[in-house]
Structures are given as C-alpha cells and as structure tokens.
Write a protein that binds this ligand. Structure first.
Ligand code: HEC
Length: 164
C-alpha cells in the first residue's frame, strides 16, 4: 500500500535524523528558528510558510518525505538563507540547490548547472518542474499549485525585489 510505503520512508528518515544527532521531529537543520517573525513581502511569506497572507495554502504534487517531516514550504528544503543543501534522504545523492539571486541568474557550476532563470522559466520550474533548458527537474522537487498572484509574488521574491 502506498500509505505503508510512505510510513516506511518516514521511519527511515527519523532514523537518519537520529543518527545525525538531530532528534527534533519538526525542526531540522533548516529550523523554524530561522524564520523571520514578520515578512517584508508576500513572496517571502510564501517561501517560508507556504501560506499567503489571505490564507491560501500552496499545494505540492509529488515531492518528498523530507517535507512531511519538516513542513511544506520552500525553506524546508532550500533553506532559510536560500542556500539549499538539504539532502533528499533516502536519495542522499540529491540535494536541494541554492535559490539565491546569484544562483538563479547566472550559469554556474555547483552541480546544478543551468542557464539563467527569468520570470517565465522560473515559473515553469516551480509549476511544471522543468529547468530553463527544458529538462525535467528531479522528482524530489515538488510541482507546485498556487494562484497566479502567489506565483508572481514568489517569483518576484526569488528574482529579487528590493523593497528596502
Ligand atoms: C522536498 C524538498 C523541496 C521543496 C519543499 C522545494 N524544493 Fe525546489 N528543489 C528541490 C530539489 C531536490 C531540487 C533539485 C532538483 C534537481 O536536481 O533536478 C529543487 C529545484 C528547484 C528549482 C530549480 C533550481 C535550479 O538550480 O535549477 C527551483 C527554481 C525550485 N526548486 C524552487 C522551489 C520553490 C519556489 C519551492 C517552494 C514553493 C520549492 N522549490 C520547494 C527540493 C525541494
């Protein structure tokens, strides 16, 4: 049963968390402790909480048990600092890449090579799991469903809005 399989994966993940000295069930390395208490933008709010200010919960299709353990927002895997690094246990060879402006806008060489993202290719990555070169992203990256408004806010946040 699918359910059973998920439970097994979760159990594995707990064991792994235990072994690495992290016993907290809900707060991994990318702990909620790093979450800002108030958000400077709607996109930032969505990145950390997955819930818009009007209460819309963004939904993911596919994805990974890491999320069930640590909560379902981008920060869970891509980090409070957007530097990525979360290991997609048990597929330990997959890590979440950095989503900083630099990482998204330049071609670079950290094992996640890609052409520069722009607004439309970034949306495509988030919604359809397709990289800027048209190749599918690994399926540990969930495919996201959210309103156009939320998607715009998130993309503005990632590509750099400078409200300050
Ligand atoms: C369960 C963990 C997880 C969550 C949650 C998650 N991602 Fe990802 N994401 C990944 C992984 C793993 C990859 C790398 C996929 C690959 O290597 O093909 C990725 C890749 C990406 C990429 C492509 C980056 C690149 O270098 O090409 C973007 C953009 C992205 N994620 C955005 C988001 C956004 C926005 C959210 C929140 C709405 C989010 N992700 C939530 C795990 C996650």
């Amino acid at each position: 049963m699918k359910h059973n399989r998920t439970r097994k994966l979760l159990a594995l993940a707990f064991v792994a968390a235990g072994m690495s000295g992290c016993m907290e069930a809900n707060h991994g390395r990318y702990s909620v402790g790093n979450t800002p208490t108030n958000f400077s933008s709607e996109g930032e709010r969505l990145y950390f909480t997955g819930i818009s200010s009007s209460g819309e919960q963004i939904r993911s299709v596919g994805g990974h048990p890491h999320m069930q353990m640590h909560g379902g927002s981008c920060a869970t895997c891509h980090g409070a600092d957007k530097e990525g690094g979360a290991i997609m246990w048990p597929r330990f060879w997959v890590t979440a890449p950095a989503l900083t402006e630099g990482a998204l806008e330049k071609e670079h060489d950290d094992g996640h090579n890609h052409a520069s993202y722009d607004e439309s290719s970034l949306k495509n990555a988030i919604v359809n799991g397709t990289g800027p070169d048209g190749a599918p992203l690994h399926d540990t990256m969930p495919r996201w469903r959210m309103s156009e408004e939320s998607l715009n806010a998130l993309v503005r946040y990632l590509l750099g809005e400078h409200p300050h």
